[in-house]
Design a protein around this ligand. Structure first.
Ligand code: 13P
Length: 305
């Protein structure tokens, strides 16, 4: 049987207003329960790691995740994605992003993300364009970010209400249109009130603030660009806002903190207990929080309708 590419699956999801969740793997033993929960609920999801997951957590390397994924992958339910490869990272260091992305493509990642969102607009365009060329030459889609999805940086965040009500750092719809046109990027990560779960040693175990989404602003971005939109910081967003965002262009939602914290809380009891905690949390995320149970059937049908 021929399986659809990630690009085609995202296209089908976009058309059917179905969301594809993407799960971050900061600890390799999480791959097994994450894939199992996706399979047991008949859903579809991406398995992914960002650079910070092998730098600040225990994924080891992008090769290590690929090898672990290879043991458990299910073509009808999962694909492998490379999350945030920053051009300038959360500690303000310059990264050889092209080298990392080239390596990921070589070892079999099926879509990639470059994050130039800490750069001035024109530089973000230039870096994203270079990655899009690399990805497209290999026949896979590329994601990029425009706007500031905060939370990964070491320092304290401004109060959430201040971020939300000022709209500071939100993706500008006009810039988004220009960005997509000039880069040819396939999927765009937007800032509309979403924030990443904190990863600093002091804050990574804490509960995330219940973020909200400015759906009116999302609508303006969605009307300005013609590509599927991505919501980062998927943990702990108000449920009604998540459901609304899916109707207004969000086609992929990234989830990290929600499944990382149960693993960390149970790891002292051993791998099996931590994996079980991840599995149970995954069932809740899939069935209750995102309501994506059963989406594999919709997405794998020819045309996705
Ligand atoms: P959360 O940690 O808030 O779920 O964010 C995940 C994310 O966006 C990774 O790219």
């Amino acid at each position: 049987m021929e399986y659809a590419s990630t690009r085609e699956l995202m296209r089908r999801a976009d058309r059917a207003s179905v969301v594809i969740p993407a799960f971050n793997i900061p600890y390799l033993p999480m791959v097994e329960p994450v894939v199992k929960a996706i399979q047991d609920t008949g859903s579809f999801g991406l398995i992914m790691a960002a650079r910070l997951e092998w730098i600040k957590f225990r994924t080891g390397s992008l090769d290590a995740l690929q090898a672990e994924y290879d043991k458990f992958k299910l073509h009808g339910h999962t694909r492998l994605h490379l999350d945030h490869i920053p051009v300038v990272d959360e500690d303000d260091q310059r990264v050889d992003y092209l080298e990392i992305i080239r390596r990921a493509i070589d070892v079999g990642y099926e879509s990639v993300m470059v994050d130039g969102s800490r750069l001035p607009f024109a530089e973000n365009i230039a870096c994203t364009r270079a990655v899009v060329q690399l990805a497209h030459a290999a026949g896979i889609p590329a994601e990029a970010e425009l706007g500031a999805v905060m939370g990964h940086e070491a320092g304290p965040l401004p109060p959430y209400e201040e971020i939300f009500s000022s709209g500071k750092g939100f993706t500008d719809p006009k810039e988004a249109r220009q960005f997509v046109e000039e880069t040819g990027v396939d999927w765009l990560s937007v800032a509309i009130g979403n924030i990443h779960g904190a990863i600093s040693a002091a804050a990574k175990g804490q509960a995330k603030v219940a973020a909200r989404l400015n759906i009116h602003h999302l609508d303006r971005i969605n009307n300005a660009v013609g590509v599927p939109l991505v919501l980062h910081g998927g943990t702990g967003i108000q449920k009604a806002d998540i459901m609304d965002s899916i109707k207004h262009g969000i086609t992929k939602i990234n989830v990290a903190t929600a499944i990382r914290q149960p693993y960390e809380r149970h790891i002292e009891q051993g791998d099996a207990a931590a994996q079980e905690a991840v599995y149970k949390t995954m069932l809740n995320v899939i069935k209750q929080e995102l309501e994506v149970q059963g989406t594999a059937r919709i997405l794998n049908m020819n045309g996705g309708q």
